[in-house]
Design a protein. Structure first.
Length: 270
């Protein structure tokens, strides 16, 4: 029997975000590997398939996440090579801030196995709904917080800036330990090049059960140093300025008979 792997996203909210096609793959799999940290999600998956194994043992305090991801990939692909129909079930969207699913699909395809990734509802999707953000209105920029610190990035302050895994900002060991205020102060030094310390922003965490509420904590940017953060906390920075109209392009479009309608005007930042 030819082995295969399908990586699916279970969404952010327990039992509520799983698509019918992903559910079908989980139920029909020979083995399901779950990359979720909540034991309730694992128990729920075991109700859908009797052969569920957790990938959480791949993590350890102080252990590099790169090594953990490699072990996850090897664990899943070892079953594919045995001819099993494998499913990897991950939080949110399996391809958003999740390295192991991408690697597993790529390696499996390179080895001639059938491999695919199915989308899920990610934290970003929940963020748009909970904070009332339309990424098409002002534009939206995503960065992982530590990567943002390590590279010179061209940030547009007229668009929303979203920094993921802000609790791990400046973590060079790639562990799973919340970094302290000193790391965040270095991050703020970069952000202060574009934003005022008094600029209003959000700390966001998606709800993971129907009874829970999302975290939508409004703070001043300078308050980030003392804020209580989790591994999954996201920093959302609204636009700090309006974009400059491209008068030359508008004139050229007008010459073609086009008009610049009002809905192209960005909204005021929150």
């Amino acid at each position: 029997m030819q082995g295969s792997i399908t990586c699916v996203g279970v969404g952010m909210m327990l039992g509520a975000h799983l698509s019918p096609v992903s559910l079908s793959h989980i139920e029909q799999a020979d083995i399901v590997f779950c990359g979720v940290s909540d034991p309730l999600v694992e128990l729920w998956l075991k109700e859908l398939n009797a052969n569920v194994r957790s990938l959480q043992p791949c993590y350890a305090h102080g252990k590099s996440r790169h090594l953990s991801y490699r072990e996850m990939v090897d664990t899943m692909l070892s079953e594919v090579r045995l001819g099993k129909k494998v499913v990897g079930a991950f939080y949110g969207h399996p391809g958003v801030f999740a390295k192991a699913p991408h690697q597993a699909v790529t390696i499996a395809r390179n080895e001639g196995f059938e491999a695919q990734m199915l989308p899920g509802i990610s934290a970003a999707d929940c963020l748009y709904a909970d904070l009332g953000i339309d990424p098409g209105q002002n534009g939206c920029q995503y960065f992982e917080a530590t990567q943002f610190m390590l590279y010179h990035r061209r940030v547009d302050p007229t668009a929303t800036l979203i920094l993921w895994q802000i609790g791990l900002a400046g973590d060079l060991d790639m562990g799973l330990t919340i970094t302290d205020g000193k790391n965040r102060q270095l991050l703020l030094e970069e952000l202060y090049r574009l934003y005022s310390p008094e600029h209003s922003c959000w700390l966001y965490e998606a709800a993971t059960t129907a009874l829970a509420s999302p975290r939508r904590e409004a703070i001043k940017l300078r308050e980030l140093v003392e804020a209580t953060l989790a591994l999954h906390t996201t920093l959302v920075i609204p636009p700090a300025a309006k974009p400059e109209p491209n008068l030359e392009m508008r004139a050229r479009l007008a010459a073609l008979g086009s008009k610049a309608p009002l809905y192209h005007q960005p909204e005021e930042s929150v």
